[in-house]
Design a protein around this ligand. Structure first.
Ligand code: SF4
Ligand code: SF4
Length: 350
């Protein structure tokens, strides 16, 4: 069987944009217990207006449909550790559905009470924008909460070998968090954690104050150099350069489809769904189908192929897989020279 990566390269060569997914990202819930200043979609203050989790049996059906077409599963939120049946869902994903890799993204606040989930994961991604609790107060995380998350990151880092998962930290670059990024990188290097970062998005575009700040460019240049020297940075050099130069790139959003808690498949990407035009939206509900192919056919029938020209929103979670899929030489260079501590099948955990 031809691997998905090669099939997608062939599709690109033929000018197609509807690439096969490399992973599926399921929002287990939209409920959250934090109110990060930069969060545009979720947060505790939005909880009352958000859909809650769909119930255990519906969630398991959604995963069954996903597994019929996708091998790698990412679970995110909101805050997924708020979902009481998360362990059962993880067990189903691993033992019955046999997803090849399972990754969980969490804000870390509840992790110390839910350590039983660690052995069910291949990767754990904790959102942490600074190793300094005071800096985190600038993005609206209280100091006690920030201290608890940092402690949870240390605790999880120490458990990686025993439970057989890889820990990553995902940091959002904002004007407030930027000054502490060097320290965060040192913190991650000391604890054997991979660090990825992405610029704060504002209305689907990197925040203006960042783009115009010399400190932002200086940090990206430093990160490129640090990665070359072996720092545990997950972002590819291609992505860091794209951010630095703000160069447009070909985006292939169907590589990483998103599914909302109640089963709606977002097509082709969240920014287009939010824009609400004719290019994308909530295409079909996975609770109404039995296979991924049925869902995908319905989505394509409704919205067609993803657009060939897009404003390139630079969102890491779409940009990084697009770059690595469409630039095989860059991928090869990453694997040969920079991937000693970086797992490039991971893509970006933003
Ligand atoms: S933890 Fe995540 S989902 Fe919750 S408010 Fe912060 S960025 Fe948003
Ligand atoms: S650049 Fe952004 S808006 Fe455009 S297709 Fe990619 S993810 Fe969607």
């Amino acid at each position: 069987m031809i691997p998905t990566y090669l099939l997608n390269l062939l599709k690109i060569a033929r000018g197609r944009r509807d690439l096969r997914p490399r992973l599926a990202m399921y929002f287990v819930t939209t409920q959250c217990n934090l109110n990060c200043a930069y969060c545009e979609d979720f947060g505790a203050h939005r909880n009352p207006g958000q859909t809650t989790s769909p119930g255990q049996e519906n969630a398991k059906h959604i995963l069954r449909v996903l597994r019929s077409g996708v091998a790698r599963l990412w679970l995110t939120g909101g805050e997924p550790l708020l979902v009481p049946y998360l362990p059962e869902l993880l067990d189903d994903a691993r033992e019955k559905l046999r997803f090849r890799e399972i990754t969980l993204i969490t804000n870390g606040t509840l992790l110390s009470q839910r350590l039983e989930i660690l052995s069910r994961l291949d990767r754990l991604v904790i959102s942490l924008d600074s190793s300094d609790p005071l800096t985190l107060t600038a993005v609206n995380i209280s100091q006690p909460c920030a201290e608890a998350v940092i402690a949870a990151v240390r605790q999880a880092a120490a458990l990686q070998t025993r439970h057989g998962f890889r820990l990553m930290v995902n940091a959002v670059l904002t004007p407030e968090t930027l000054p502490g990024m060097d320290s965060l990188l040192e913190f991650c290097a000391r604890q054997n954690i991979l660090l990825s970062f992405s610029p704060q998005a504002f209305n689907n575009w990197p925040r203006y104050e960042l783009l115009t700040a010399p400190e932002y460019r200086a940090f990206l240049e430093k990160a490129l150099t640090a990665k070359t020297r072996g720092a545990p940075i997950l972002d590819s050099r291609a992505y860091l350069r794209t951010l630095l130069e703000q160069t447009p790139y070909d985006c292939y959003p169907t590589l990483t489809p998103r599914i909302l808690p109640d089963g709606w498949l977002v097509y082709p990407c969240l920014p287009m769904e939010k824009a609400g035009g004719e290019q994308g939206g909530r295409a079909i509900n996975l609770l109404d189908v039995d296979t991924w192919q049925q869902a995908w056919d319905a989505a394509q029938k409704r919205y067609g192929e993803p657009p060939s020209a897009c404003h390139s929103c630079f969102q890491q979670c779409y940009a990084e897989p697009s770059l690595m899929q469409s630039r095989p030489l860059e991928l090869l260079a990453e694997r040969l020279f920079y991937s000693r501590r970086v797992d490039l099948t991971t893509y970006a955990p933003g």
